[in-house]
Design a protein around this ligand. Structure first.
Ligand code: PGH
Ligand code: NA
Ligand code: ZN
Length: 311
């Protein structure tokens, strides 16, 4: 179990590969992610959003954070690969404190919706507290939203590399998520997929710290098709193409947040299993083949990210 996420990300940054940061909400997703990492001999980051902590703790934040840490630690001590537990998109001070107190390896303070000075102040505050107890911190600059056609929108949404330089120097944040055109969910990009690699290159040059790509799911069309065949309605779903992910890694992305790809895989195969095995009522028999597929998609991502064999 990795005490602070920074140590595995610094290595990835030096050797120019990326570590997957896979979101989980329950035991089965966590198992699938950890099995995938073990089979790929890859360091891995597992992440809970604030909503996941509330879901795991049935509304009680302390319980959710504590249970997440204990589940991850218990599984991780059996594995040969390094495992870090990360709080994704921390916004509520109470939740960030609960994660730190429970023993998370890192926390994200997501104040990117605030004006630059306020984001800087909020982030600085969390960094001081987290660093005092040896925990790593991630922050975000720019807003997660596709690159709109007109330039004005682009300026206000995407990261400003000059701001990133000041931000990292002032806050001493350990890793940064620069908005370069991705967005969360299964419907990224209105038109063609487009990332601002020029900005990414500058942010890496100016900050020299590990960088994070949010909204990085690829949204595999074959699995979307399968889900739709079994009654899902996911037409128009679109993700980040593999060549763009690889280019982003070459330019300095070292942590890649992936949630939607695991969700789509889960839904497609759950629908398939339920429609094919109509008399099955044992949840274990229903979930086993479904999470086998979730594990496979995580392994595929780990291979694309270049972290296979890096443990
Ligand atoms: O950024 C993400 C996940 O993004 P996706 O929706 O593309 O999986 N989590 O913080
Ligand atoms: Na994060
Ligand atoms: Zn995100």
């Amino acid at each position: 179990y990795v005490k602070n996420t920074k140590e595995i990300l610094e290595k990835a940054s030096k050797e120019r590969y990326a570590i997957g940061a896979f979101n989980f909400n329950n035991m089965e997703f966590l198992q699938a992610i950890l099995e995938a990492a073990e089979e790929e001999k890859a360091p891995v980051i597992v992440a809970t959003s604030e909503g996941a902590i509330k879901y795991i703790g049935k509304g009680d934040i302390e319980t959710g954070a504590k249970l997440a840490v204990e589940m991850v630690r218990t599984y991780a001590e059996k594995l040969s690969v390094p495992v870090a537990l990360h709080l994704d998109h921390g916004r509520d001070f109470k939740v960030i404190m609960a994660a730190i107190k429970a023993g998370y390896s890192s926390v994200m303070i997501d104040a990117s919706h605030l004006p630059f000075e306020e984001n800087l102040r909020e982030t600085k505050r969390i960094v001081e507290i987290a660093h005092a107890v040896g925990i790593s911190v991630e922050a975000e600059l720019g807003k997660l939203k596709g690159i709109e056609d007109n330039v004005v929108e682009k300026e206000s949404v995407l990261v400003d590399p000059e701001e990133a330089k000041v931000f990292v120097k002032e806050t001493e944040v350990d890793f940064l998520a620069p908005a370069i055109g991705t967005s969360h969910g299964a419907f990224k990009f209105k038109g063609e997929a487009q990332l601002d690699f020029e900005r990414l290159k500058k942010v890496k040059e100016y900050t020299q710290i590990p960088l994070v790509l949010h909204g990085a799911s690829m949204v595999p069309q074959d699995i979307v098709k399968l889900a739709n065949e079994y009654g899902a309605e996911l037409s128009g779903a679109k993700g980040v193409p593999e060549d763009m992910l690889k280019k982003a890694i070459e330019l300095g992305i070292n942590k890649i947040n992936t949630d939607t790809d695991l969700r789509i895989t889960f839904v497609a195969y759950l629908r398939k299993v339920l429609s094919e095995d109509k008399s099955q009522i044992d949840p274990r028999k229903i979930f086993k083949p479904v999470f086998e597929q979730v594990k496979e998609i995580v392994k595929e991502r780990i291979r694309i990210f270049g972290s296979s064999g890096k443990a």
